[in-house]
Design a protein around this ligand. Structure first.
Ligand SMILES: [Zn+2]
Ligand SMILES: [Zn+2]
Length: 233
């Protein structure tokens, strides 16, 4: 419960920048792996907490802070919104972020200040994140979360022209492009069944009139009735 356990360098997302902040004009390559922060997407699409996120790029010191220019690779889990195929693949986002030395802007933003609010408002247009108080650590947790959440595709598709699923039976139309339901076939089949049954009934009378009735019964029910009365008689 002691606060000393939350030192900036203990963060899983701590990036040491001590060598850069001594003066402007320094730079070094960044090639680091971090656990994905929580809160990136959901069950449908997102990055699972703890999955490895790879950050490659460079970080440069300028007069008033550090500039990170990087490519973030993250394993996104998603489903195609049309055919529900799982889409698990690496996914890359480019990011540029500024870490100002003057962290007062962040503190004042939370407290009060009229003019400071304007400054903070301008800075929010870019990706601006605080350094640790001693300027040795850039914590990338918020940066990773913000960047990945913002870049999540809203309508992930397995491919741009995904055909989706058959609305009647759920067959994947990408795998079965010729799949279709012949709705009229069902009606014809029922009609055919009816015709067959009537032919059977007429044939069951066994008086040799079935061929004549079979051709005429569809047009006039009276002939079939006549056959029935004649049979009863
Ligand atoms: Zn699809
Ligand atoms: Zn179908």
């Amino acid at each position: 419960m002691t606060r000393s356990t939350t030192r900036p360098e203990d963060s899983p997302w701590a990036l040491s920048v001590a060598s850069l902040t001594a003066s402007a004009g320094r730079s070094r390559d960044v090639d680091a792996r971090f656990p994905a922060p929580s809160g990136i997407g959901d069950e449908v699409i997102g990055v699972r907490e703890g999955d490895e996120v790879h950050v490659t790029g460079r970080i440069d010191s300028v007069v008033d802070g550090l500039v990170l220019t990087a490519h973030i690779d993250a394993p996104v889990h998603a489903e195609c919104t049309r055919c529900l195929t799982p889409l698990d693949h690496a996914w890359g986002v480019d990011v540029t972020a500024f870490f100002p030395y003057d962290s007062a802007a962040f503190a004042d933003e939370a407290d009060d200040g009229h003019e400071v609010q304007i400054v903070a408002g301008e800075e929010e247009d870019g990706d601006v994140y605080p350094l640790s108080d001693d300027r040795t650590i850039a914590d990338l947790e918020a940066l990773l979360r913000d960047t990945l959440v913002e870049a999540l595709p809203l309508q992930p598709l397995c491919r741009p022209d995904c055909r989706g699923l058959c609305p009647q039976c759920g067959t994947n139309l990408n795998e079965h492009p010729d799949h279709r339901h012949e709705v009229t076939d069902i009606r014809f089949a029922a009609l055919e069944e009816l015709r067959r049954r009537m032919a059977e009934e007429n044939g069951g009378s066994g008086d040799g009139s079935d061929s004549r009735d079979g051709s005429g019964d569809a047009g006039s029910g009276s002939s079939a009735g006549d056959a029935g009365t004649r049979r009863n008689a």
